[in-house]
Design a protein around this ligand. Structure first.
Ligand SMILES: NC(=O)c1ccc[n+]([C@@H]2O[C@H](COP(=O)([O-])OP(=O)(O)OC[C@H]3O[C@@H](n4cnc5c(N)ncnc54)[C@H](O)[C@@H]3O)[C@@H](O)[C@H]2O)c1
Length: 266
């Protein structure tokens, strides 16, 4: 298989594949930037190519891990060598119609992963065009499955929702971690203590939710004694409109994903 683009997302997927037994020698990477090629060599022992070439011919799967802004140019360089392959794109916002036009094939799966893929805890949304058969979908599941969980969506537009929720989502969690840490420091804890408390709380609460049959609202109510400390905090958040603001923020991310398709998908 081949990767076009050897940055963060490509490294997360390559790391998962190698950890699951795929020899690095079976992975071809096209990466124009020397520093990124050096990093791939140091981390995985992969000698990435600076430009697309005939080395891409004969690959079963080509993973597109370039920025939306550079996809079209990268596609123009690689397309002459990759017509036979199944294609997997992780680029935010770029539609499979655009990709099909640029590559001259409709055998495309679009994915929206997230950065916890770097530690095998990723969450990826997937959409397959009708041209992708069950065997192709199974191959994609094997590849993405090495980075964490996955979910197929039945309409491509839903990937914009996945982008807004789990694709961008780690940044929302990190923002909360920053705020909780600051609050801890303001209340007299050391920064490392406050950060540890915040990270462990997210980890623990997420694990509890994942293992529970009960909805998050019930788990929340169980922490919230009437007239107690949690009640004071949650009431303040609700009165300040935090849930509505949060929901509106995700709609902004969804709208931006739609705009990206317009800006860079032509
Ligand atoms: N980082 C995230 O949280 C995240 C999550 C989901 C999806 N994505 C998507 O993944 C894609 C890659 O993001 P990333 O964070 O890995 O970015 P990145 O900048 O780390 O990696 C992109 C790589 O592509 C290389 N590149 C540039 N031009 C190229 C070309 N013509 N041919 C081949 N390679 C080229 C760059 O040198 C760079 O190393 C983006 O489209 C992004 O929307 C990112």
């Amino acid at each position: 298989m081949a990767f076009i683009g050897g940055g963060n997302m490509a490294s997360a997927i390559i790391g998962g594949l190698i950890a699951n037994g795929l020899p690095a020698s079976q992975i071809t990477v096209v990466e124009p930037f020397e520093a990124a090629r050096d990093a791939l060599k140091a981390k995985f022992g992969i000698d990435a190519l600076p430009t697309a070439s005939a080395a891409l011919a004969g690959q079963d799967l080509v993973v597109w891990a370039v920025k939306p802004q550079t996809f079209k140019d990268a596609a123009a360089a690689a397309a002459p060598h990759t017509a036979q392959a199944l294609h997997l794109s992780v680029a935010a916002g770029i539609t499979t119609d655009s990709i099909a036009q640029w590559l001259g094939t409709g055998r495309i799966v679009r994915a929206m992963p997230n950065t916890p893929a770097l530690v095998g805890k990723g969450m990826t949304g997937l959409f397959a065009r009708p041209e992708v058969d069950a065997e192709g979908q199974a191959l994609i599941e094997r590849v993405i499955g090495t980075t964490g969980q996955l979910v197929w969506v039945d309409g491509e537009a839903k990937l914009d929702a996945v982008t807004a929720l789990s694709g961008s989502g780690p940044a929302y969690v990190f923002l909360f971690l920053e705020a909780m840490t600051q609050a801890g420091v303001d209340m007299g804890l050391t920064a490392p203590q406050a950060y540890q408390l915040a990270v462990a709380t997210f980890q623990g609460a997420s694990e509890l939710a994942a293992r529970s049959d009960e909805p998050a609202s019930v788990l929340r109510e169980r922490v919230t004694s009437k007239g107690g400390t949690t009640y004071a905090a949650i009431t303040h958040m609700q009165q300040a409109g935090l849930p509505q603001t949060f929901i509106a923020a995700l709609r902004k991310a969804e709208a931006r994903a739609q705009e990206l398709a317009q800006e860079f998908g032509r």
